[in-house]
Design a protein around this ligand. Structure first.
Ligand SMILES: Nc1ncnc2c1ncn2[C@@H]1O[C@H](COP(=O)(O)OP(=O)(O)OP(=O)(O)O)[C@@H](O)[C@H]1O
Length: 621
């Protein structure tokens, strides 16, 4: 039932576009029926008449609107009796969805806002065509942060969320920056004034304060009491023309207590009447409520997917849609990401800025998969997603309501799964973009770690204690940067994941990047001697160049075929090889054949010579 509801809504959208191009009368008829069956009644002909409309047209409009309101009320009452099961987004979406991410440039992108952007993108991705729109809501001029818009776009691109329409690339319904749309809002506010759905309020802040105080003292709700609601229209025009400072307020009482059916939260209605909220501020900028509704309608947004903090304001928006005679889009309010203490993640909290994850080398796709999974879930047995479309296919689109706490351990899980999936792929199959990601997020950070340790720039207690900083480093002896990068990439593949971060890889597996210091060998050999039969077998296979090809399975087979008949088991073979290559049996597990392949014949020969010499010394003492 849920998905059929969504299908109906989607059909409604298509019919709307047919109607708007006025292609056929039948389309109008269809539009009315589908709309009626899917949600609120909406009559396409009840568009607010222009200012030049004659009185007959105005009367027809007013009575049409009244009828529409009555019908809507009936449908809403019915809706509230339906079960509370939320509609499902993103499934059976056989028609285009137009969804928007609408941040305010009052700070940088954070995990919460990125997640909301992602769900908009996913809803579009899971639908057939459609568009993901970026709209900058910069109407709060006092809180603007200078480089926020630029950073928002950069961060969204870094995360892999590209948009089809936006302030930088334009689109059919631009401009996409609200500060550039002021004439549009003024025109729409004028329409509301003309139709007595709004009025100018000339109350000063001092008056508002004292009104509030009086209401409070009288034990009444402290909402705006509607002081200016009854100012005569001509008088209001005169005062505005004379330059008297004012705001424009909405006549909320004309629209009762609007109900809505949210795609995630189900039926919703506020207990109290809305106050006459502000549409236009004294500085001539619109409030969020007005700008949002006007833009969503004009930009043909089909699904408004945003944070749950806006659910409480949505009845205001429904009333505005009604006042304009417009069909409301589908609303889906997402549970908010919250901090450990339950407070909403917001721009003011630096620790959740996207730049933190960029710096830490988190893979964007892993971050997206993690965010999508917070408060929703993936279908069973899905592969680590490699694209936004993969995330959309993997997601159930069933959402938890309420605040969602960050689970950072899970991010590490997604990051390592994604990284491992990329490393398991053979090099030729790596798409360009992934190869770049590996280079940027793994190879280069590992090289940087190596450099820091080599230069003594970081105090790495473990490496220093084990004296891994000898002059015989393996990687720095490789001549050029490209060779170094290739070697590190091979080291990463040889580990096939199995590490949490570049610095952890370097500190826990130093033998991949440096030759083993003598004292490390000595300590290990004194504790436990490697099996001599394995050392002899290794000595035999080193000159056989032909075996050291490909994945070195032939080297392993040759060693095993020599020692197994002498009763040496596989574990003993591996332990002995680990001592030679890594300086100890206790190195964090590492496959011997991968170490053979990575270090190569010459390096094994070098390390084996040292071990044999030290073993001889030990034997003599
Ligand atoms: N913690 C959060 N979890 C989920 N969505 C969020 C969160 N914070 C913001 N959003 C959503 O992200 C979108 C853009 O929000 P916006 O740019 O206004 O950021 P903000 O963090 O809410 O700002 P503020 O600094 O005012 O708290 C909105 O749809 C908003 O609902």
């Amino acid at each position: 039932m849920a998905s059929s509801a969504l299908r109906l809504n989607l059909r409604r959208i298509t019919c709307r576009s047919i109607c708007e191009s006025n292609k056929c009368a039948a389309a109008h008829h269809l539009s009315r029926n589908f709309t009626a069956s899917a949600g609120l009644w909406h009559d396409r002909q009840s568009i607010i008449p222009s200012q030049n409309a004659n009185s007959g047209q105005r009367r027809a409009y007013s009575s049409g609107l009244k009828g529409l309101r009555n019908k809507n009320k009936k449908v809403r009452d019915e809706a509230s009796q339906e079960s509370d099961s939320p509609m499902i987004l993103g499934q059976n979406a056989d028609l285009p969805i137009r969804a928007r991410f609408a941040p305010s440039p009052t700070g940088y992108l954070h995990l919460g806002s990125l997640r909301t952007a992602l769900f908009n993108k996913l809803a579009v991705s899971a639908s057939n065509g459609g568009a993901f729109i970026l709209r900058i809501e910069d109407t709060d001029q006092n809180r603007l942060v200078k480089d926020a818009e630029e950073r928002l776009m950069k961060d969204l691109k870094w995360a892999g969320l590209s948009w089809d329409e936006g302030p930088d690339c334009g689109g059919p319904y631009g401009p996409y920056r609200q500060s550039e749309r002021l004439p549009v809002y003024h025109e729409h506010v004028q329409k509301l004034l003309d139709h007595d759905h709004a009025y100018r309020c000339f109350c000063t802040s001092e008056q508002l304060e004292s009104q509030k105080r009086e209401l409070h003292e009288a034990g009444k709700p402290t909402i705006y009491p509607g002081t200016c609601r009854s100012i005569d229209a001509a008088e209001s025009d005169r005062r505005a023309k004379a330059g008297e400072s004012h705001v424009v307020r909405f006549k909320s009482n004309k629209f009762g207590r609007p109900k809505l059916r949210d795609a995630i939260y189900g039926p919703f209605q506020k207990k109290d009447m809305e106050e006459d909220f502000i549409l236009m501020k004294t500085d001539g900028f619109p409030t969020y409520h007005l700008a949002n509704v006007v833009d969503d309608h004009l930009m043909k947004i089909t699904h408004v997917i945003r944070g749950e903090e806006w659910l409480i304001s949505t009845p205001k928006h429904i009333a505005l849609y009604e006042a304009f005679g417009w069909q409301a889009p589908i609303f889906a309010h997402l549970g908010l990401l919250v901090d450990i203490d339950g407070s909403k993640l917001s721009k003011r909290n630096d620790s959740v800025n996207i730049s933190k994850y960029q710096k830490e080398g988190t893979f964007p796709m892993a971050l997206l998969a993690w965010l999508a999974n917070l408060g929703s879930s993936f279908k069973r047995d899905v592969q680590p997603p490699r694209t936004v479309a993969d995330v959309a296919n993997a997601l159930t689109f069933k959402f938890t309501r309420g605040g969602i706490k960050l689970n950072l351990a899970k991010l590490e899980h997604f990051n390592s799964r994604y990284r491992d999936a990329m490393l398991w792929k053979p090099i030729p199959a790596l798409a360009d973009q992934e190869a770049k990601l590996i280079d940027q997020h793994l190879t280069q950070p590992v090289l940087k770690e190596i450099e820091k340790v080599t230069n003594g720039d970081i105090e790495n207690a473990e490496l220093t204690a084990r004296e891994w900083r000898l002059p015989l480093e393996l990687v720095p002896t490789l001549s050029d940067a490209e060779k170094k990068a290739q070697y590190v990439y091979k080291a990463l593949v040889s580990k096939q994941g199995g590490f949490q971060s570049p610095s952890q890889l370097v500190s826990q597996h130093p033998y991949l990047f440096w030759r083993v210091p003598l004292n490390v060998y000595k300590m290990s050999l004194t504790k436990a001697r490697p099996e001599q039969k394995v050392i002899d077998a290794l000595k035999d296979v080193i000159p056989q160049e032909g075996l050291w090809n490909g994945d070195c399975t032939e080297v392993m087979q040759a060693i095993q075929s020599k020692v197994e008949p002498q009763g040496v088991d596989q574990l003993t073979v591996h332990n002995a090889l680990r001592v030679v290559a890594a300086g100890g049996q206790d190195v964090v597990s590492q496959s011997s054949s991968r170490m053979l392949m990575l270090l190569g014949r010459k390096e094994w020969s070098y390390r084996l010579d040292i071990v044999i010499r030290l073993l001889n010394d030990l034997g003599e003492n």
